[in-house]
Design a protein around this ligand. Structure first.
Ligand code: C5P
Length: 404
């Protein structure tokens, strides 16, 4: 495989030589591109010696010996382009499509698989601006490797550490292998539902849709035909995903019932309203009329009904709990006739609704629970799909989820 490694300027750049060496040992050809600030952390000579190829630097936006511009020939040469470390500045430049140095310009010219391994402090990683860029990149099909929780250069242990070189090399090699969900159809629901009281008011919940969308990004990048039924959220449609927007629980039920006929797996990550107003006022309820008397009725439980509507599907439910996680999840496994229940504690502010990260415990009948430790939702999604694929393949017991 031909790998172009883009190195941007963070302290984790000192690990770039390790990535190059490991890729070379595995028989891959490697070329490196560095941003100007990366040079403060690792020397071009180190990367040049290890890759046995001149390092592309900022100033190399010029024709090569054949008259092709270097950023074009580098982009056409590579099968995979991996940026490690990806600083928040470089993530922003990639998301915005800037062409202000060799690395960014080559990324624009490159049409293959782009991977990014962010590295920064947890404050920077969690900044809305950074997350917006990450969301944009994910929606375009960019593969995110890490970051992980670990010791940072600041001395603390927190989210933001670059994934280990071994993990980056594994991700690069996995890209070339193609998807392990090729030929499968996966139906995913995401986000909240809105249950209207009148034309301007509704009952809803705090779901942002990020977990479901992360699952959709991951399923599509692994080659699954991915059907995403989304409640009202402000997230871009991930590349390669067929999206169906709905508003109410009843609408979601209709669309899921229909699409489930085509699916082998249904993942109900949506936070579907359990109750809806018995009636919706056609006109805006007036303050002067005093507090309205509200009568609620239960919505159809979409997941539970699937056992009859689409009996051959592998069904995965979510349980967002604020207490008794295990007993509630086990009850839902039985009551909702699901194969897997993914439980998370939404009373914690660092995970769950709206957060970028998650920590979940997966419950399966007759098997011990598995905890997927705190990490970015996309990485949690990857571990969940590993588990789902295993269940589809016949369900081997146990799985190592301890890694990042
Ligand atoms: O009972 P609870 O709402 O906590 O269950 C959560 C799980 O059930 C989620 O997977 C959710 O998508 C699903 N659900 C459903 N239909 C509903 C309510 C929840 O499929 N009406």
């Amino acid at each position: 495989m031909k790998v172009l490694l883009g190195v941007s300027g963070g302290i984790a750049a000192f690990k770039a030589p390790e990535i190059v060496r490991s890729l070379r040992r595995k028989g891959h050809a490697v070329r490196c591109s560095m941003t100007r600030s990366a040079g403060a952390f690792v020397t071009p000579l180190t990367l040049e010696v290890l890759s046995q190829y001149p390092v592309y630097r900022e100033e190399y936006l010029q024709p090569d010996n054949n008259g092709d511009e270097l950023h074009i020939s580098a982009a056409r040469w590579a099968d995979v382009f991996c940026v490690a470390p990806a600083t928040c500045n470089t993530l922003a430049r990639l998301a915005l499509g800037l062409a202000d140095d060799f690395l960014a310009t080559t990324a624009l010219a490159f049409t293959g698989d782009l991977l990014v391994a962010p590295a920064m402090t947890s404050e920077m990683w969690e900044k809305e601006a950074v997350q917006a860029h990450v969301t944009t990149l994910l929606a375009r099909g960019v593969t995110l490797i890490g970051p992980v929780v670990g010791p940072l250069a600041t001395g603390e242990t927190a989210m933001g550490r670059m994934a280990d070189p071994d993990e980056i090399v594994t991700a690069i090699e996995a890209t070339a292998k193609g998807g392990d969900l090729e030929g499968r159809t996966v139906l995913i629901t995401a986000g909240p539902t809105h249950e209207p009281l009148d034309p301007v008011r509704f009952l809803s919940n705090r779901s942002s849709g990020k977990m479901g969308f992360s699952l959709a990004v991951e399923a599509a990048s692994r080659g699954a035909r991915t059907l995403l039924v989304s409640g009202p959220v402000s997230l871009p449609t991930p590349r390669g995903v067929e999206r169906f927007d709905v508003t109410t629980a009843a609408e979601m039920a209709d669309v899921v019932d229909r699409l489930a006929q085509e699916a082998e797996v249904v993942i109900m990550a949506a936070a579907v309203a359990d109750f809806t107003p018995r009636s919706t006022s056609e006109t805006k309820l007036k303050k002067g009329a005093g507090p309205p008397r509200m009568s609620l009725v239960a919505t159809p439980d979409i997941l539970t009904r699937l056992q009859e509507i689409a009996p051959n599907t592998l069904r995965v439910g979510f349980a967002a709990e604020t207490g008794n996680l295990e007993s509630e999840a086990r009850r839902k496994l039985v009551d909702k006739r699901a194969h897997l229940i993914v439980a998370n504690d939404v009373s914690r502010s660092d995970i769950g609704f709206g957060s970028e990260n998650n920590e979940v415990t997966v419950f399966r009948a007759g098997k011990p629970p598995l905890t997927i430790p705190l990490q970015a939702k996309r990485l949690v999604a990857a571990r969940l799909l590993d588990l789902i694929r295993q269940e589809l393949d016949g369900g081997e017991p146990g799985m190592d989820t301890a890694g990042g």
